[in-house]
Write a protein that binds this ligand. Sequence first.
Ligand code: GTP
Ligand code: MG
Length: 188
Amino acid sequence: GLRKKEVNVLCLGLDNSGKTTIINQLKPSSHLNHLGPLSPEWKHVSQTPAQEIVPTIGFNIEKFKSSSLSFTVFDMSGQSRYRNLWEHYYKESHAIIFVIDSGDKLRMVVAKEELDTLLNHEDIRSKKMPVLFFANKMDLRDAVSSVKVSQMLSLENIKDKPWHICASNAIKGEGLQEGLDWLQEQIS
Ligand code: GTP
Ligand code: MG
């Protein structure tokens, strides 16, 4: 049959925002998957077993397939000491998933700084790659809405790239499908 189009997706955002939890939700072996948050279309082909999620060291690479695309996801560490690794993957990436902890109002300004640095990077600035934002941890009692998150990050200033923001609860898998469907539409 036809070969699926191969796309590299960079998953970025501060430490503890939920990047690995989101990526893990795509694994069929995940114990969270009985909740069935994702359609069977999203098939995972990595052999990595689902495990207790710990802070990422450096980065992890995960592979997923949808009906038309073959994804390689770079799940980067958000810890400040590893953030300098991010830029090495900008050139070869086709899309970005940027995850925000909606409950962490104190560090929203840090998230904005990192986002601005990313968007101004020479390898990103000129590219018309889609950026998907997850306003994650929407289940937290003091979480701000996705509209508020987009205001705090000044997303309306992004004029040269298609972008989209979804509220999500990565633990339950809520909101992930909507975001991934949007991303897939942008890429294919
Ligand atoms: P680094 O790898 O350090 O960059 O962090 P990360 O962005 O990969 O975060 P990770 O997925 O490790 O999640 C951090 C913590 O947040 C874990 O304890 C998760 O269980 C929790 N978490 C992730 N998503 C959600 C969510 O939607 N709601 C709540 N309440 N907790 C979440
Ligand atoms: Mg992680």
